[in-house]
Design a protein around this ligand. Structure first.
Ligand code: SAM
Ligand code: GLN
Length: 290
């Protein structure tokens, strides 16, 4: 079958459900991944035929069901690095790249390069934050924690794929007991977390590709206690951070003030609320000492 015919099948089948550019983006990503044909190659040889079109037509069916292209291909990119993903892990988001960028900017002084720092990523999912930090701070010892065995399986594969050494911990951060166990043996210079923060009431604003396919364990919190992870992690961080330790959070854009208030309640200092490139309150940083 000619690839151009398949492209037309994509356009007619997905018309209305997605913008034209997005339909073409899916198609080009898939032909590169499945058949090693680039967009440019197809433009130069429009007659290219493939023998077995089953894989790409199966993918089209999944796109029709709003399955994210990253899950269909089983991979994505975060901070310029490759990551495997499946339905047990959240697809890494661009706003989380901004959080990583912020942390790296705070640790970019030449004096920092040789400093051995210890980092803990709570709710690591695909491992994206922990791995991007480990890759860019080669002197850091990085720990990554998640409650989900299945997520940790993928995160471990991603650490191997990116050739970084990460200490993975399977634990429930809401169970203080286990949290205390970790902080007794180890203190951290940086604790970072992008915990679940989407309220049930925000579900109706969400797209089907997220709602029907991404893990709810990674996303949702109860409307009446949306900051429970921030509360648990702040309490944990008070004992687990080193003397000059820093806490970084990705946050719910609608709960910037509430998150800052919470950190003040826990007597953190130098609390900074930061917007993402869309001007939304998206991350906070707090320190143990002033
Ligand atoms: N860090 C990844 C990222 O930024 O793309 C994933 C973040 S996702 C929003 C939240 C993660 O927290 C999920 O991987 C989920 O399994 C994990 N999680 C949920 N409840 C948890 C708990 N009680 N203890 C530890 N991790 C938890
Ligand atoms: N930013 C993600 C979304 O809107 C949510 C991530 C999270 O809950 N931490 O889908």
């Amino acid at each position: 079958m000619k690839l151009k015919e398949i492209q037309n099948t994509f356009r007619t089948n997905l018309n209305g459900a997605y913008e034209n550019e997005e339909i073409d983006r899916f198609f080009y990503l898939l032909i590169e991944d499945y058949y090693g044909v680039s967009r440019l190659q197809l433009a130069m040889n429009p007659g290219i035929e493939i023998e077995n079109s089953k894989a790409i037509l199966d993918a089209l069916e999944l796109i029709k069901e709003h399955k994210p292209i990253q899950y269909i291909m089983g991979e994505t990119e975060f901070y310029g690095l490759p990551f495997k993903v499946n339905g047990h892990v959240l697809i890494p988001r661009p706003e989380t790249e901004e959080l990583v960028e912020w942390i790296l900017n705070c640790h970019s002084e030449p004096s920092e390069e040789s400093r051995k720092i210890t980092i803990l990523d709570i709710g690591t999912g695909s491992g994206c934050i922990a791995i991007a930090l480990a890759k860019n701070l080669p002197n850091a010892k990085v720990y990554a924690l998640d409650v989900s065995k299945d997520a940790l399986k993928i995160a471990k594969q991603n650490a191997e794929l990116n050739k970084v050494n990460i200490e993975f911990i399977e634990a429930d951060i809401l169970s203080l007991c286990q949290g205390e166990d970790i902080s007794k043996s180890q203190k951290f210079d940086i604790i970072v977390s992008n915990p679940p923060y989407v309220r049930e009431l925000e579900k109706e604003m969400m797209n089907h590709n997220v709602l029907d396919h991404e893990p709810h364990l990674a996303l949702f919190v109860k409307d009446n206690n949306p900051l429970l992870f921030y509360e648990a992690i702040s309490g944990f961080a008070k004992t687990a951070l080193t003397e000059n330790g820093q806490l970084f959070f990705e946050i719910n854009e609608y709960l910037g003030k509430e998150t800052v208030d919470l950190l003040e309640k826990y007597k953190f200092k130098n609390i900074e609320l930061k917007q993402d490139i869309f001007g939304k309150n998206r991350m906070v940083k707090a320190e143990i000492n002033s």
